[in-house]
Design a protein. Structure first.
Ligand SMILES: *Cc1c(COP(=O)(O)O)cnc(C)c1O
Length: 358
């Protein structure tokens, strides 16, 4: 691998680390950050790691006005041998560049991005928390920084990586949640930006989330933006249903975000000989399967929660209870295997883990 020569300026005042058993999500940040600049005349330049600090931008910076920005999310895990694992980081970097292309942001050298993640995590490795279920969340993102009030692609950008020690998602064990099928608002449409991890998708999802939360639901189940019939995602996770022994997940149709966890779940299930189908699936079909007693499990899949079982689905005034609101066998096995591989407790037979050299 080429060495991209990332300049490192170490902090002179190390922060106090939080108690690993009291960590929440995304509230504390480590001692250092990575920055790479872009100018239309120079390309990407000046990769550097510097002390974690605020960034000063012109109030006219285009990201503030037109939302030209993308992000990623992955984790570093501390193993029992005190080594640090990354899980399929190259998938996140490839997706970052797909998001970049969709948002007219220049793509980033994938080797440089991987080296930046590795060097930054290695430098702040003592921030990877050691309590069960905790990890170091890695947030790479790109922002349009040119000061210009016109709707056009920016001529300047910053690619930044920050790190945040995060708590166990399930403090009292993996727990099924109540989900409301969303019939009013939509997350994305074909031809829109649903396939890209870009800020606007999440800003536009807040309203629906706020409404169902007030009604006691954890998340919304998003339906397609055109007919509001077909299932797309659950909150910011991909979604899976087990019907009569077969696992079904919505096919990547242009409005669904392609999750790394989704891909890993599909591969693991196929490895175990479970039939997995990626296809269009309607809420009516889920309802019918439930009525026939064939809806065995439903769960979300994403980096933050890994697997999030759905205990209840609320649809058209009916409450569909799934597996007696208990975590299903397949959900549990997927959760245990994925976290086992991530934390180095199970054999990494699909070669997903990169162990950091310390
Ligand atoms: C990030 C994200 C996911 C999950 O992707 P992972 O790579 O598995 O973390 C799914 N849906 C949406 C909308 C997302 O933003």
């Amino acid at each position: 691998m080429t060495d991209h020569n990332i300049a490192i300026t170490k902090t002179t005042s190390k922060k106090q680390k939080p108690n690993p058993t009291e960590l929440a999500f995304g509230e504390v940040f480590t001692d250092h950050m990575f920055i790479l600049d872009y100018h239309q005349d120079k390309g990407w330049y000046d990769p550097r790691i510097i002390p974690y600090q605020p960034i000063a931008l012109d109030p006219a910076a285009m990201v503030y006005h037109y939302g030209q920005t993308v992000f990623e999310g992955l984790k570093a895990y501390l193993t029992d041998n005190e080594t640090v694992n990354l899980f399929r980081p190259e998938k996140n970097i490839k997706r970052l560049n797909r998001s970049n292309e969709r948002m007219c942001i220049p793509t980033i050298d994938e080797e440089l991005a991987l080296q930046a993640i590795k060097q930054l995590v290695a430098l702040d490795a003592n921030w990877v928390p050691n309590a069960p279920g905790t990890s170091l969340y890695i947030r790479p993102f790109v922002i349009a920084t040119e000061p210009y009030l016109g709707v056009a692609p920016s001529k300047q950008y910053k690619f930044i990586i920050i790190l945040s020690p995060v708590g166990a998602y399930y403090k009292e064990g993996i727990n099924p949640v109540k989900i409301a099928v969303e019939n009013e608002y939509v997350r994305a449409v074909k031809g829109g930006t649903g396939e890209a991890k870009t800020a606007g998708n999440y800003a536009s999802s807040l309203k629906a989330q706020e409404i169902v939360e007030a009604q006691g639901f954890a998340q919304v189940l998003w339906l397609d933006g055109l007919e509001k019939k077909y299932i797309e995602e659950v909150g910011s996770m991909n979604v899976f249903f087990k019907i009569d022994g077969e696992v079904i997940t919505p096919a990547l149709n242009g409005s669904i975000l392609e999750g790394v966890t989704r891909n890993s779940v599909i591969q693991l299930l196929r490895h175990w000989g479970v039939q997995v189908t990626e296809r269009t699936i309607s809420m009516e079909e889920i309802y019918q399967a439930h009525q026939a007693g064939k809806l065995e499990e439903a769960f979300g899949a994403g980096t933050a929660a890994v697997i999030s079982p759905i205990g209840t689905l609320s649809w058209n005034g009916e409450m569909l209870e799934i597996n007696n609101s208990k975590t299903g066998e397949t959900s549990k096995k997927l959760y245990d295997t994925l976290t086992g591989i991530q934390y180095g407790r199970e054999e990494d037979f699909l070669n997903w883990v990169i162990e950091l050299q310390s």
